[in-house]
Design a binder for this molecule. Structure first.
Ligand code: SAM
Length: 246
């Protein structure tokens, strides 16, 4: 069982998160557990405030050190992650690494952020979900938990499909189609209706290489292409250029 602790000032945020899809399935099957901790329960302030004005002046409020430290004292040993736009950018490789942990605690910020002594002394790492600023750490924490839940054996119906998804082998996923064969004059590629599994596998690999080349060429720098991959990619590029010039 994987345990996710969440320290937040908005515990109710996670109610709907826990009641859908793979998260719900993981909880129902006892394969994950989500323990939401209200930071306000750990403040000595009579109004239950956990934030205060910044030293030196300026706008916004800062989450104080003491409530975070007190809340952390109540949890069992766990990897502690602070959600912050200043953290290391989240990638699939980080999710793969974190999937080995049995217990992770997420500290969700709000307002202007945290007293810096929290980041310096109470956490193992800071993670950002992108180069933009949200108003709280709840969505970033939920994104990480969702990414980890779908990597947990016994939760997704089909681990094979997870292993074929984008970024698993540094490439983007190939395109997918479903019925009908034709709609609004747009058809499914013939090969997918051929029943020839070998040819379909090759086509999918070629598309995967090709869409990565078109949409995220930076990813290709991290892949060691086999001779066959190289041939498939050259074919894709030639076909793509031919289509463009039609
Ligand atoms: N003053 C902070 C800064 O500029 O670095 C931003 C604070 S933000 C408004 C409030 C909280 O939202 C942060 O403490 C963090 O927990 C969360 N947050 C916002 N953007 C995030 C991101 N891209 N990744 C992870 N957490 C984020």
């Amino acid at each position: 069982m994987k345990l996710f602790n969440l320290l937040t000032v908005y515990p109710e945020f996670f109610e709907s998160f826990k009641s859908h899809g793979l998260i719900k399935k993981g909880l129902d099957r006892g394969l994950i557990s989500i323990n939401v901790i209200n930071l306000r329960d750990y403040t000595s302030d009579k109004h239950k405030r956990v934030d205060f004005k910044p030293f030196g002046g300026g706008p916004g409020m800062i989450i104080q050190y003491a409530p975070v430290k007190e809340a952390l004292k109540k949890i069992k040993p766990s990897k502690i992650i602070l959600l912050s736009p200043q953290g290391k950018l989240l990638k699939q490789s980080k999710l793969n690494e974190l999937s080995a942990e049995n217990s992770i605690t997420f500290i969700c910020g709000r307002y202007e952020g945290f007293d810096e002594r929290i980041a310096d002394n109470l956490v193992d790492e800071e993670i950002s979900i992108g180069d933009y600023v949200l108003s709280g750490g709840e969505i970033p924490a939920a994104a990480i938990i969702e990414g980890l839940t779908r990597l947990t054996p016994g939760i997704p119906e089909n681990m094979e499909s997870i292993n074929n998804d984008s970024f698993c082998d540094h490439l983007l996923d190939h395109p997918h189609y479903t019925k009908p064969n034709e709609i609004d004059g747009f058809s499914v590629p013939d090969i997918l209706l051929s029943g020839n599994h070998n040819e379909i596998k090759l086509w999918r690999r070629k598309q995967s290489l090709g869409v990565t080349y078109l949409k995220r060429p930076d990813l290709l720098k991290n892949v060691n292409l086999s001779k066959e991959d190289d041939r498939l990619l050259q074919e894709f590029i030639a076909e793509h250029q031919e289509k463009k010039s039609d």
